[in-house]
Unconditional design. Structure first.
Length: 101
């Protein structure tokens, strides 16, 4: 798994991730990964790639900005590693029902 933390850290970066093999063949690409924990946020600008590499060897991961902008304020954190287990429960009741007496 490769994941960019930028917008979630208040950076203006609109990240893109591209994974290639040593010959330049694209294996995975992501522009905007949905973040269900972002509430009403509609532009999920952080990228995430979850893939299994086909074999041992050299691979290249490219990080860029979808809007081709940059500068000191375009900071980000890149996490590369195994997926971390997590759990979130969201409940949105249509109405509140009192418990039986």
């Amino acid at each position: 798994m490769a994941e960019v933390y930028a917008r979630r850290l208040d950076s203006p970066l609109d990240s893109v991730l591209r994974l290639t093999d040593a010959k330049g063949k694209e294996l995975a690409f992501n522009d905007d990964a949905p973040d269900e924990g972002a509430g009403l946020e509609t532009h999920h600008a952080d990228s995430r790639i979850l893939t299994t590499l086909p074999a041992s060897g050299s691979y290249y991961l490219y990080v860029g900005d979808a809007q081709q902008k940059g500068g000191p304020e375009y900071a980000y954190r890149l996490r590369i590693g195994a997926p971390q287990p997590d759990f979130e429960l969201r409940v949105t009741p249509r109405r509140s029902t009192p418990a039986p007496a």
